[in-house]
Design a protein around this ligand. Structure first.
Ligand SMILES: Cc1cc2nc3c(=O)[nH]c(=O)nc-3n(C[C@H](O)[C@H](O)[C@H](O)COP(=O)(O)OP(=O)(O)OC[C@H]3O[C@@H](n4cnc5c(N)ncnc54)[C@H](O)[C@@H]3O)c2cc1C
Length: 437
């Protein structure tokens, strides 16, 4: 490995997990992470940087169910990861056969766990009746998995980043504006706005929602049209919001499970409510997932995060704040009616129509690799993502995973993917007031 060097662009869970697995396998390797934000900055654009994220293996897709179990085993047993995982359980109101599909997958994997599909009337009495006022319209049954939970996402991301730095990985805080190629066309590094060139034999893009824009700009500046992601990757945004509970409510909600309102693909995306953090903040995510289709270059339209350095993530419109009020209502009804909503944020992730990651060599250039597309569900795999990304780099990924996560593969129509961005951000902004003189 001595002649190999790795440049990982992006310090979210895909990038940091790659660095973690690489440096543990090859302690002498030259590995650099480059990100526009410092890993311990007060505000970051990374989807991975958040107060908390759901950690579960409750998937109807067998591959992600297995991967979720593998990641949870690390969260439960490894002293590095353990402090960040809270095994509070999950309470998932299902309007399809989702609960049965999850139970079947656990069975197929031979995994015994404390999970069951509970009839609605019985479920309403669980957890001291916390979800008794939820909206159960169309709910068939409730999946209760006591082994699922949540992680303190930002704290965990910082801790693992510090660990990789301790092990010898370098961290450069800089915006990457382009990719470098040698004459035969191999990717040899990246460029920054100051004109610095960072070089490596392997360049791995873990750039989340920014990936289509970076590839589009690189395609234009190098004339290598095939670098463009085309319809493979779409940047999508979603709103989160929080309330701070008073002491009385906190004592009731402190040990609550993660709540999920599951809908069919036709009805819309699933929405969730996360248990309070140590600062007594209860969080929701909304049901409106949107693109921001904009002209990246004259005549080239793609969805990308807003151009501001912070993706304008704290600038949340009234319409999107309403999304969080709706989420509050369908989980807690009258219990949450007086809660004041605060800390709204728009979080951007990269989506594929099948909701699969892309973990693959880029087909247009040797030396260039892509590892991203969390599809709004990637955080929970943080402990193990890098293991598979290293396998991809070494060509030893199983054929099933190599095909599922390929750059080039057949992709289904997005209509079966409830979480695929369906709205346009421009239609969700506050109206601009014009004053009459
Ligand atoms: C609101 C919301 C809630 C979610 N909830 C959950 C959940 O409960 N459970 C779960 O498992 N998943 C959840 N997800 C999904 C999960 O957060 C993402 O799938 C995952 O974090 C994506 O990680 P990433 O490393 O691909 O991207 P990111 O975390 O976005 O990281 C990308 C990094 O690349 C850097 N970067 C990009 N472009 C450049 C550039 N040109 N130069 C330098 N740096 C660059 C960015 O600064 C950023 O740090 C949620 C997502 C959102 C948006």
């Amino acid at each position: 490995m001595s002649d190999k060097s790795y440049l990982i662009v992006g310090a979210g869970v895909f990038g940091v997990s790659t660095a973690y697995h690489l440096i543990r396998k090859y302690p002498e390797a030259s590995i650099t992470i480059v990100d526009r934000d410092a890993y311990d900055a007060d505000s970051r654009v990374a989807a991975s940087w958040d107060w908390n994220k759901v950690v579960r293996a409750d998937y109807d897709d067998l591959v992600y169910c297995q991967l979720g179990i593998e990641a949870q085993d690390v969260f439960r047993s490894d002293p590095l990861w353990k402090p960040y995982f809270h095994e509070t359980g999950i309470y998932w109101m299902c309007r399809s056969d989702y609960a049965q599909d999850v139970l079947d997958n656990y069975k197929k994997l031979g995994r015994r766990a404390d999970l069951s599909a509970v009839p609605v009337d019985e479920a309403k009495k669980l957890y001291g009746g916390l979800f008794e006022d939820a909206d159960y319209t169309g709910v068939k049954e409730v999946l209760v998995n006591k082994t699922s939970g949540w992680a303190a996402a930002g704290d965990c991301l910082i801790a693992i980043t510090k660990e990789v730095l301790r092990l010898g990985v370098k961290y450069v805080t800089a915006e990457v504006t382009g990719l470098e190629f040698d004459i035969p066309g191999r990717c040899t590094g990246v460029t920054t706005p100051k004109g610095d060139v960072l070089k490596a034999s392997h360049v791995i893009l873990c750039t989340g929602a920014y990936t289509p824009k970076l590839l589009e700009l690189s395609a234009a500046s190098t004339g290598k049209k095939d670098l463009s992601a085309g319809p493979r990757i779409v940047a999508g945004g979603i709103t989160t919001g929080m309330t701070t509970l008073d002491d009385k409510s906190y004592s009731r909600f402190a040990s609550m499970p993660v709540g999920v309102q599951g809908y069919t693909a036709k009805q819309g995306p699933f929405i969730g409510s996360l248990p309070p953090t140590k600062d007594k903040e209860l969080k929701w995510w909304g049901q409106t997932i949107f693109k921001n289709t904009s002209e990246v270059l004259p005549g080239r339209l793609i969805s990308m995060p807003p151009a501001e350095p912070d993706y304008a993530q704290w600038n949340v419109s009234g319409r999107l704040k309403e999304d969080i009020n709706h989420a509050n209502h369908v989980f807690y009804g009258k219990k949450g009616a007086s809660w004041k909503m605060e800390k709204h944020r728009i979080c951007w992730d990269a989506f594929t129509t099948s909701a699969d990651f892309i973990i693959s060599p880029h087909a247009a250039a040797k030396g260039l690799f892509v590892a991203t597309c969390g599809n709004f569900h990637g955080w929970k795999f943080f402990p193990v993502l890098g293991k598979y990304i290293v396998q991809m780099l070494e060509g030893s990924l199983s054929p099933e995973l190599a095909e599922k996560w390929a750059w080039d593969r057949e992709r289904p129509d997005a209509s079966g993917n409830a979480d695929y961005p369906r709205w346009e951000m421009k239609d969700l902004l506050d109206p601009v007031r014009t004053s009459k003189l």
